[in-house]
Design a protein around this ligand. Structure first.
Ligand code: ZN
Length: 178
């Protein structure tokens, strides 16, 4: 399991619902928690590890949430601005405006339904990760000016991804030739 970077098409996919919370999923969630920690992240969505399914993990101040088939059922009116980054877009940090408070519904790792009100970092991270599951990146939500400022960095990341893909295909082709 590894984190896919900007340019990878899985990051733009609207991920599919999970039909069953089973041991395989629990194992994947555990692996994602480990990976998120080793990357010093507060959240990691399934499509960031190339699995186009609706689940993610969060960790705020040492507390972990494993979230399956999440939904936001209510959003507060108060909007707040906060600087975000993303493990799939290294080196880019920009302010994003989102509702401060949300009410959410999801299944936990035992398949039990949870309804919670989230604020501050939990709310922020939940919204960022849920966007991932819909193929939305935080850079889609930044101001026009900031979009212009990060355009070059994003272009370089995309180029890196294409070079990686080309290298991978070339290796595959050479293997076929041998
Ligand atoms: Zn992210």
């Amino acid at each position: 399991m590894k984190i896919v970077l900007y340019g990878n098409p899985t990051l733009r996919v609207k991920s599919a619902e999970v039909d069953k919370v089973d041991d395989d999923l629990r194992k994947t969630l555990d692996e994602m928690v480990e990976l998120m920690r080793s990357a010093n992240g507060v959240g990691l969505a399934a499509n960031q590890v190339d699995i186009p399914k609706r689940f993610f993990v969060l960790e705020v101040e040492g507390n972990v949430k494993k979230v399956v088939n999440p939904e936001i059922i209510e959003s507060g009116e108060e909007m707040v601005e906060f600087e975000e980054g993303c493990l799939s877009i290294p080196g880019v940090y920009k302010k994003v405006t989102r509702p401060e408070k949300i009410k959410v519904k999801y299944l936990d790792e035992n398949g039990e339904e949870k309804v919670e009100e989230l604020t501050e970092m939990w709310s922020r991270a939940f919204q960022h990760e849920l966007d991932h599951l819909d193929g939305i990146l935080f850079t889609d939500r930044i101001s026009v000016l900031n979009k212009r400022l990060v355009a070059k960095k994003l272009e370089i990341l995309k180029k890196d991804y294409n070079i990686f893909l080309l290298y991978f295909l070339l290796q595959y082709y050479l293997q076929l030739c041998i």
